[in-house]
Write a protein that binds this ligand. Structure first.
Ligand SMILES: [Fe+2]
Length: 194
């Protein structure tokens, strides 16, 4: 018997038809994470050209490339974290699902514990850290559990597939300084900050 592997096209079709029913986030996560798990369990799902660092520019060891952008807002990117790469705590302002395609990525989650009454200031506390391996999924839940830090503690690139409910370009988001509490607001113009 031939096993047909689950492709990127299968995944985006399944996600788009689910989103048409205007599901709540829990339904998106329940269904979508199963599909994303199938996608990242297929090592051939993403061509090699999407799995390599850029090699040029300010972050030559990194890459973030668009795989799909739907009119619904559904966005799928392939993200490469170079050996030793680090990205500090930031939020997303949309639901998200991240699946590991190759190697390992350590994600640290934070929660805000201040009263949000001081402009430009946030106190974060570490909630948990975990290392994710190929085929594993981590979820970004808007407002409640979406601030994370990413680290590749290994000596080779890690490849992930990121799925978001909105086009990250143009979304106002925030990054956080753990030492000073300073919030920096930013808008992504490309795929280089996921
Ligand atoms: Fe992120």
């Amino acid at each position: 018997m031939t096993t047909v592997k689950y492709s990127l096209e299968d995944f985006t079709q399944d996600m788009e038809s689910l989103l048409k029913s205007q599901p709540d986030n829990q339904k998106i996560f329940d269904q979508g994470s199963d599909w994303l798990e199938r996608l990242v369990s297929n090592p051939d799902s993403i061509p090699m050209e999407f799995r390599v660092p850029l090699g040029v520019g300010p972050r030559p060891d990194h890459a973030s490339r668009l795989l799909y952008q739907g009119e619904s807002g559904l966005q799928v990117t392939a993200v490469v974290w170079g050996a030793g790469e680090h990205l500090g705590p930031h939020d997303h302002r949309t639901w998200g699902m991240i699946g590991i395609l190759d190697n390992t990525l350590t994600e640290t989650r934070y929660r805000r514990v201040d009263d949000r009454d001081v402009d430009g200031y946030a106190k974060l506390e570490k909630d948990r850290a975990a290392s994710f391996k190929p085929g594993e999924i981590t979820l970004l839940v808007p407002d409640t559990d979406e601030i994370h830090q990413m680290d590749n503690h290994t000596d080779r690139p890690t490849v992930e597939i990121h799925v978001y409910g909105s086009d990250l370009r143009g979304l106002q988001r925030s990054s956080y300084n753990l030492e000073t509490g300073k919030i920096t607001n930013f808008r992504t113009t490309k795929w280089d900050n996921c």
